[in-house]
Design a protein around this ligand. Structure first.
Ligand code: ASP
Length: 439
């Protein structure tokens, strides 16, 4: 994935304010907009959207078009973002051959467990039905027949093999094709990385930064998308979806807590470190993950805490927090799976077992492809939704609570990296280490 080793604001961009254009030093309204943290803007948009919805009533549905446009832009940027980020990570990370297999197994296991926890909680709690199916159809187009039918499995596999090199880049439904191309080029280009001229390395770095800049531009529009969808939903359907959204928040938190439990139990059984000792040592990193909602920005702190406070070996710390972190987004995977089920329940559609398996597979891909930056999971969520035929417009509804849930899942993404690092460190502690110890 796409948490590459460069900071998300390597390009001078950040989501928590200061992201906008320079306007000659004069504070004007536009500058104020860009200077305000994203979650504040989203909250303000939510309130204005509510008021507009109440004021305009059904007329507010006209605003829905803006949220559709913004979501479409997010969807269009996903495939090239994944391609460049995966190539960038493969070119820049050093993975010792022996540990690579173990690392891949741990990453895959954790992500699969996260998604299964997400699906189980969503199936058990059914947060999307809390508002009642009738009112909850929101303004999304009815795609129930498409969802009910589902695509043919052979077709899916064949369609995911890229027909041409650039074809999948223009097709947001063919993300697996993009991953295949990214893996091939990422590995192939590793050799070229150290050529004296470093042309490919520089080129991919530049492309990655450029794509992040464009992504941040689109994300600047997210609050407007929130305002429009909230106004149109409130105007046409009243408050039922928000009641259901409360259940969604609870379901996500319950599932994330279960995932943390899985991590801590695994650390207790498979590593020398004790769970409470690890949590204490990782406090800085976990709090930073929660407050920045960016696991990439948190990455250096995670590494430092693992080495200096927990006392892991250099190799396990870097494999877990630098290499693993680039592919390991269990919180995001879990969130995408719950979101898909939640929306299906909200619009009154049953996802078959086969479709839920499709959710698992696409959530793995989507979480690997999600950059370690705020709101990145929502970009790749379009891929999960498209794969099972759910209306992507509904993602805009989730934006109203995403400023908070993003922080929660980012914290779990980082805890997942910590888990992998501890397990890779094994049952014996490195000696001697001044600061570390088992309590
Ligand atoms: N914000 C998350 C992270 O940095 C990614 C996501 O949006 O799920 O890990």
């Amino acid at each position: 994935m796409a948490k590459a080793n460069s900071a998300p604001d390597a390009s001078g961009m950040s989501l928590q304010g200061n992201t906008g254009p320079e306007l000659g030093g004069t504070k004007n309204w536009l500058q104020l907009y860009f200077d305000t943290p994203l979650y504040v803007r989203i909250l303000v948009a939510l309130v204005i959207g509510l008021l507009l919805g109440v004021g305009l009533g059904p007329n507010a549905s006209i605003l829905e078009i803006f949220s559709k446009i913004i979501l479409r832009l997010l969807g269009a940027i996903a495939p090239p973002l994944i391609l460049i980020a995966v190539i960038h990570v493969l070119m820049t990370s050093e993975i010792p051959a022996k540990s690579a297999g173990r690392l891949i197994w741990l990453l895959l296991l954790n992500t699969t467990v996260a998604i299964l926890i997400g699906l189980t909680v969503a199936n058990a709690m059914k947060p999307g039905t809390w508002a009642g199916k009738a009112e909850a159809s929101v303004s999304a187009p009815a795609k129930s027949e498409q969802v009910a039918k589902g695509p043919n499995p052979v077709e899916i596999i064949v369609n995911n093999i890229p027909k041409s090199l650039l074809g999948p880049l223009g097709d947001q439904q063919n993300v697996i094709g993009v991953i295949i191309i990214a893996l091939a080029f990422g590995v192939a280009l590793r050799k070229s990385k150290d050529r004296p001229i470093k042309v490919f390395h520089d080129l991919v770095g530049v492309a990655y930064d450029a794509i992040l800049v464009v992504l941040h531009w689109v994300i600047q529009l997210v609050p407007i998308g929130v305002l429009c969808i909230v106004a149109s939903v409130v105007g046409t359907k009243g408050f039922s979806p928000f009641k259901a959204l409360g259940a969604f928040v609870v379901a996500v938190i319950v599932a994330l807590l279960l995932q943390s439990l899985w991590y801590l139990i695994r650390i207790r059984i498979l590593s020398w470190a004790r769970p409470m000792y690890v949590l204490k040592g990782m406090r800085d990193s976990l709090v930073m993950a929660f407050s920045t909602a960016s696991s990439t920005a948190t990455m250096p702190v995670t590494y430092a805490c693992l080495r200096e406070k927990v006392g892991l070996r250099e190799q396990s710390a870097s494999l877990g927090s630098l290499v693993g972190a680039n592919f390991n987004n269990d919180g995001t995977a879990l969130y995408e799976a719950i979101a898909a089920l939640f929306v299906a329940q909200l619009i009154g559609v049953e996802l078959s077992l086969y479709q839920q398996v499709l959710v698992i597979l696409t959530s793995i891909v989507a979480s690997v492809g999600a950059a370690g930056i705020p709101e990145a999971g929502l970009v790749t969520m379009t891929l999960v939704f498209t794969a099972v035929g759910l209306p992507v417009e509904m993602i805009a509804l989730l934006l109203t609570v995403d400023w908070f849930l993003d922080r929660c899942r980012t914290t779990i993404n980082v805890l997942g990296d910590v888990n992998v690092a501890c397990i890779l460190d094994g049952k014996t502690k490195e000696v001697p280490t001044e600061t570390a110890g088992v309590t």
